[in-house]
Design a protein. Structure first.
Length: 367
């Protein structure tokens, strides 16, 4: 092929341009692979030591932010006058006339469930998030704790608010509370949801009795590192900076002058796992149920197998398992979890739950 000078010059210019683009692309790829000191990926690991500016968490959580106003229900227990704190959040979307109760996990309290509460209220649900006794802004008596206490107090709250029926959603130990509530008050419960519930087996056989004082001494030895380890294992898909605020609240309790008393309360709550199992209640629950959670739960050994066992024992249950998600799917996988939760809670409580998981042998909604 014959080129004139102008054509040759044009071809040379084009080749130079292509060469520059290739060099630029190579440099861009190289730079993107580097971790710079101020790069966001460098902040994906939590600090190994507590930040120096952290201060004590007040035992009544008065210096902890709550996203909505906190109200209180007066309760009497063991002859003590106590208060149970809760947030009663009205729907921001078109109201559907339904109410959802949210029960928090052992290392949390009501406020961290803000994303779930917002998703529910946007979907039209009135949502009530409770601080169980011993947590958050509720009273923290040194008593013998069990699951009947939050179940009874929640029923008293619904009666106080004039709510005849509600759905209950419980995460982690909150799933145990939801189980106890549904088994104790079936006429009040429209739906029951167990989110990565713990206590999926009866841990008493073969386990020596634990002296509550030993549990107390163990709680007293809580450190920043032990609190952090507990939270890190919730998120197998990686740490996010916003998770640190919940570590701050929990660790901050150990900096308070009230920590010895709070440590007794923490120990008493932990004893529930060994003294008050719910495994014998699932078979008696006819309420429409959803067992939902992350497969990579590092608090529960072989969560998918145990979750399937729970769903099999419940009389009317749906099962959803998220692969590669951990103990807190509402925080770790909200883009899937919230729509699935809302779809279930919007379903007719008198209609059978989706049983597709039985046929395909998995809880994955996609089969």
């Amino acid at each position: 092929m014959i080129f004139c000078d102008s054509e040759k010059n044009g071809e040379i210019d084009l080749m130079r341009l292509v060469s520059r683009l290739k060099r630029t692309l190579a440099i861009t790829v190289l730079m993107s692979s580097l971790v710079l000191p101020n790069d966001s990926s460098a902040q994906m690991e939590p600090p190994s030591e507590p930040p120096v500016e952290w201060t004590a968490t007040a035992i009544d959580y008065s210096n902890v932010h709550y996203p909505w106003p906190v109200e209180y229900l007066d309760v009497e227990l063991y002859g003590l006058d106590l208060r149970m704190a809760y947030m009663d959040v009205e729907p921001t979307g078109v109201p559907n006339g339904r109410t959802v109760i949210v029960f928090h996990g052992m290392n949390f309290f009501a406020a961290p469930y803000e994303p779930m509460i917002r998703a529910l209220t946007e979907a039209g649900f009135r949502t009530i998030a409770i601080d169980r006794l011993g947590y958050g802004r509720s009273s923290k008596p040194d008593i013998h704790y069990n699951l009947h206490i939050p179940a009874r107090n929640t029923k008293a709250l619904l009666d106080h608010l004039g709510i005849e029926r509600a759905a209950v959603v419980g995460h982690s130990m909150g799933g145990m509370v939801a189980t106890r509530f549904a088994s104790t008050y079936p006429a009040t419960t429209t739906h029951v949801v167990m989110v990565n519930q713990i206590g999926l087996t009866d841990s008493r056989p073969g386990r020596a009795w634990i002296d509550p004082y030993d549990a107390y001494r163990s709680a007293l030895s809580t450190t920043y590192q032990s609190v952090l380890r507990g939270h890190v294992r919730y998120y197998p898909r990686g740490w996010k900076p916003e998770y640190l605020q919940w570590v701050k609240v929990q660790y901050g309790l150990t900096l308070s002058g009230d920590w010895p008393r709070m440590a007794k309360v923490r120990a008493g709550q932990r004893m529930i796992l060994f003294e008050d199992p719910v495994v014998y209640e699932w078979q008696h629950i006819a309420t429409k149920a959803l067992v939902i959670g992350g497969a990579d739960d590092r608090l529960v050994s072989d969560y998918p197998r145990l979750a399937r066992n729970v769903a099999s024992q419940l009389q009317n249950a749906q099962l959803i398992i998220y692969p590669e998600v951990g103990h807190s799917p509402h925080l770790d996988n909200p883009e899937e979890f919230h729509p699935d939760l809302i779809e279930f809670l919007k379903s007719d409580p008198d209609e059978p739950a989706d049983q597709g998981w039985r046929a395909v042998g998995t809880g994955n909604p996609n089969g």
